[in-house]
Structure formats: C-alpha cells, structure tokens
Design a binder for this molecule. Sequence first.
Ligand code: NAP
Length: 328
Amino acid sequence: MRYRAFGRTDLQVSELGFGCGSVGGLLVRGTWREMVATVERAIALGVNYFDTASLYGEGRSEVNLGAVLRELGAEVLVGTKVRLTPAEMGHLHDAVLASAEASLKRLQMDCVDILHLHNPIHLHQDPDRSAVGLADLPPIVDAFQRLQAQGKIRWYGINGLGETAALHQAVATTGAHSIQTCYNLLNPSAGQPVPPGFPFQDYRDLIAQSTQRGLGVIAIRVLAGGALSGTVHRHPTAAPTVSPIATSTDYAQDVAQAQRFRPLVEEGYVASSVEAAIRFAISHAGVSTALVGVSSLDQLEQAADAVAKGPLPVAALTRLATLRKRDG
Ligand SMILES: NC(=O)c1ccc[n+]([C@@H]2O[C@H](COP(=O)([O-])OP(=O)(O)OC[C@H]3O[C@@H](n4cnc5c(N)ncnc54)[C@H](OP(=O)(O)O)[C@@H]3O)[C@@H](O)[C@H]2O)c1
C-alpha cells in the first residue's frame, strides 16, 4: 500500500480507503464475523482510513466500526460525519456539537481524526434537499473548531456535494482540512475539464481548487455506487437500490454508460472494469485516498489488488480519452 499526504494536515492516508456506508453495506448489514475478518484484512493490506457517518444505518455503521476496531485492538484513522436535519437548521452550532458527541459515544472513542459536514452545500439553505447555505457555514465551522480545541476531533472537513459555485466558495472560506469529492469514470469533472454539453454536474476542477487550499481530498463514488462494475446485479449485503450522485438519473443508466469503458478490459489495459475505475481515481495526484464501499472480503481484495497496480499508465488514460470522445 502506498500512502499520500492529506492536505496540510499531518496525516498520511492509504491510497485505498474503506467506505463504511450503506451502499457497500458491510459495516451496516454484514455479519460480525464478516466485518471483523474484512476490517482485519484491510488493515493487514495497509488500509489506514475508515470512513463512516452518523447517517449510515442510522448509527449502526459507527457502532459496528468502533466495536470491530476495539475487537482487533486496531489504531487507524477514523472519519465520521454530521448530517444536520431541517429541524436543526435554526441552531446549527449546538446541533454539530450534539451530533459529534453522539458519534463519539456510538464509536466509543474519545476523539475522531476527521469530522465532516455531511450535508450538501448550496448558495442558499434548502432544507428540502438537506442542503446548508453558505451563510450557515460560520456557526458550523465554529463548532468544529470548538471540538478541535476540546480534543474531540483532530481535523474537520466538508462534503464536496451540492452546487458547484457554493462548493468552490466553501473550499476557499471555511478553512476545512478535508473534502469528500465525487470523482469517477462517468463524472470526472472534479478532476479534469469536461466538454461543453457534458451531461452531468460540472464540479469545475474542485480537486485542484481543494489541493491548492491545502485540503486533503477523499474520492467518493469511485465505482459510481457499483455501476462501474458493469452489472445491475447487487451483492446481497449491498444496498438493493442506489441513487446516483452527479451521474445519470437512475442506476441502470449508469450501468449502461459504464459499458463504454469495456474496451479497456478487452484491449488488455486492465483486468476488470472495477480495476479500471479504482485505478482511474488514484491516477489523479490530487486525490489523497479513494474510498471503496465493499460488500464482502472478496471485493476488498479486488480493490486492494487494483490499487497495488498503481495509477493507470498514460496509454490507458489516452485510450480512455478517445472512448469518451467516441460516444460524445
Ligand atoms: N460524503 C458523502 O456524501 C458520501 C456519499 C457517498 C459515499 N461516501 C463514502 O464513500 C464510500 C464508498 O461508497 P460509495 O457510495 O461511493 O460507493 P462505491 O464505492 O462507488 O460503490 C460501492 C459498490 O461497488 C460495488 N463493488 C465494490 N467492490 C466491487 C468489486 N470488487 N466488484 C464488483 N462490485 C464491487 C458494490 O456493489 P455490489 O456489491 O452490489 O456489487 C458496492 O456496493 C461510502 O462507504 C462512504 O464512506 C460519502
């Protein structure tokens, strides 16, 4: 496993990060044995960043991750998130403090390495979409800084989801140390320019903007929630349905879109679609860690094998660019 600097923090994170969310679902719906065996193996493979949230399985992911790490006596980097509800929008500062305390209690930890804001960020607050507005950020950041001063979190971060203009402003003004950014073969706009008429949200190089400001970058949706594996079939432990983020309006369309990258496998650049997707994410030097949501030990092994092969070579990236152009 190779490690990358995490923005201006003192952290070194593994290129492969462990997603404890509901989509892969292992830390939410897995059996105790599967969870322990997979986390143990991930650590043996050198994975050192584990990403959870209060939202995942309504707290189950945090409870399970904390319990598994205690069982293993493991010391790894843990990030969790605060998701503010519409009812909390009127008292953001206190809501962040309360959420962090509840997360620490579920994890049974005194401190987490990173606490992220989970809500999307818009120019203006939009409770129907669970979005905070730019004007909401100062009390949220104030609460993060208080938690830092109390030694309950080491660093704080934002979600790179929401309105592009708002995200760029949030990166520039919040002093955040971390950002979770959607970056994958279907929507690479956070990491490279996309042509006019690009069908999905254009994040306008959010990764470069973030690294310039010293934020560590956590790539999410590296497999587009599983669609980049190229099949609509879902693992029994995985979420049975997935809502795409910044790609097509439904999962089946994302799976269909993923087929355009099959020539990378057929022409021998990579051994599988999953390998192509994961190696694409780590090909961006600005990505600190690429999270993969796993449903099984086997999927973890495949992700680690892909990362071990390193970034995609120039020839594969060039072929990728032609595959994009070919289909418009
Ligand atoms: N900040 C945010 O708002 C946010 C949003 C989303 C995710 N995240 C974080 O990112 C993590 C990653 O999750 P994600 O939602 O982005 O999903 P993802 O990693 O893009 O996709 C996960 C899915 O990929 C499939 N998969 C994984 N390995 C595979 C393999 N070797 N072969 C075939 N299929 C494989 C699995 O589906 P099947 O088992 O069905 O094949 C799994 O459910 C989350 O756990 C969370 O920590 C954060």
